[in-house]
Design a protein around this ligand. Structure first.
Ligand code: NAP
Length: 287
C-alpha cells in the first residue's frame, strides 16, 4: 500500500454475497482516487473492535450491512438526522477520527422504485416483509414519499411493532401482521407493493434458495420488490413472475445507495454506469 492510499470497506456477516467491494473499487479506480475497498467480515463479538479501527487516518469510512445496521449506532460519535430517525446506519464516515453515521438505503430504495420500477408510492399501500435495518429505511422512505399505509410482517413480532411505533412520528397508517402465510396472503390483495426486506433468498446465507412468499399468495396487480440482489433473480422474484406480477430486484438500489455513500466519503460524484457494470460483472450477469 502506498503511503497516501486510503481505505474503505464493508462491515457485515456473512459477506460472501456482497458485490460492494467490486462496485466501489471500480468507482475509486475510474476517478483515480487512491483508495482500496475491502470486505471486512465481522461477527457480532468483533463489531466494536472493527468499528474502532475506522478511526485510523487512512480510513475514509465504511458501509454496514446484515446484521449490524442497528447494533453499530451505539459505537459511533455522531448520527445525521436520517440515521437518528431510522435507528439504522449503512454508511460511516471517518471525519478526522470522529465516526459519523448516515443512511443512504432509503434514498437508494426510492430512486430505484421510481426510476427502475416506474412506481410512485404516493397514496399507495405497501407490505414490508422484515423489520431489520433495511426495512426501517424502506418504511420511512415510503412514509415520507406519501404512502397511504404500511403493513409490516416480521419473524420476530416485537421488532415489527417497534418499527410501527417509530413510524407514528411520520403519520402513516401502520399495521403489524403475524409472520404467517394466511394473513400475509389476505392482506396482499389490498396492497400495491410488497417489499422483501429480509435476507431470505440471499446467496451464501442460511436461507439461500428460499422464497418468503409462494406464487399462489401473490396477486398480479402487486409490484414485488426484493431488496436481495444476489442472486439477481431471487426465489421471490421467480415466484412473482410465476404469478404474473411485476418485479424489481435489489441491484439498482445497491448502486444508488452506493453512489450516495461514495459521495459522503469523497465529496465526488462516482460514475454510476461503471458501478453498475462492476456489480453486474461480480454477480456473473455480465456488463
Ligand atoms: P438485518 O437488519 O439483519 O434484518 C434481517 C431481517 O431478515 C430481519 O427482519 C429478520 O427477522 C429477517 N430474517 C432473516 N432470516 C429470516 C428467516 N429465516 N425467516 C424470516 N425472517 C428472517 O438485515 P438488513 O440490513 O435489514 O438486510 C436485509 C436484506 O436486505 C439483506 O438481504 C440485504 O442484503 C438486503 N439489502 C439490500 C440492499 C440493496 O441495496 N439492494 C440494501 C440494504 C439491504 P428477525 O427480526 O426475526 O431476525
Amino acid at each position: 500500500m502506498s503511503p497516501t492510499q486510503r481505505r474503505a470497506g464493508i462491515i457485515g456477516y456473512p459477506l460472501r454475497h456482497s458485490v460492494s467491494p467490486a462496485m466501489h473499487q471500480a468507482a475509486f479506480d475510474a476517478l483515480g482516487v487512491g483508495a482500496r475497498y475491502e470486505a471486512w467480515e465481522t461477527p457480532y463479538d468483533r463489531l466494536s473492535e472493527r468499528v474502532a479501527s475506522l478511526r485510523k487516518p487512512d480510513v475514509l469510512g465504511a458501509n454496514v450491512t446484515v446484521p449490524h445496521k442497528e447494533a453499530v449506532l451505539a459505537l459511533l460519535d455522531e448520527l445525521d438526522a436520517e440515521a437518528r430517525q431510522l435507528g439504522a446506519v449503512n454508511t460511516i464516515v471517518n471525519v478526522g477520527g470522529r465516526l459519523v453515521g448516515h443512511n443512504t438505503d432509503g434514498g437508494g430504495f426510492l430512486r430505484a422504485l421510481r426510476e427502475d420500477g416506474g412506481f410512485d408510492p404516493q397514496d399507495r399501500r405497501a407490505l414490508l416483509l422484515g423489520a431489520g435495518g433495511a426495512a426501517r429505511a424502506v418504511a420511512f422512505a415510503l412514509a415520507e414519499a406519501g404512502a397511504r399505509s404500511i403493513a409490516i410482517a416480521n419473524r420476530t413480532p416485537g421488532r415489527a411493532r417497534a418499527l410501527a411505533d417509530d413510524l407514528a412520528a411520520v403519520e402513516v397508517e401502520t399495521e403489524v401482521l403475524p409472520w404467517e402465510a394466511e394473513p400475509i396472503g389476505a392482506l396482499l390483495w389490498y396492497c400495491d407493493l410488497v417489499v422483501n426486506c429480509t435476507s431470505i433468498g440471499m446467496a451464501h446465507g442460511p436461507f439461500e434458495g428460499v422464497s418468503p412468499l409462494a406464487a399462489g399468495l401473490i396477486p398480479k396487480a402487486v409490484l414485488v420488490y426484493d431488496l436481495v440482489y444476489n442472486p439477481p433473480l431471487t426465489p421471490l422474484l421467480e415466484e412473482a413472475r410465476r404469478a404474473g406480477a411485476r418485479t424489481l430486484g435489489g441491484l439498482p438500489m445497491l448502486v444508488y445507495q452506493g453512489v450516495a455513500s461514495f459521495r459522503l466519503w469523497t465529496g465526488r460524484q462516482p460514475p454510476e454506469d461503471v458501478m453498475l457494470a462492476a456489480a453486474r460483472q461480480a454477480l456473473g450477469v455480465g456488463a
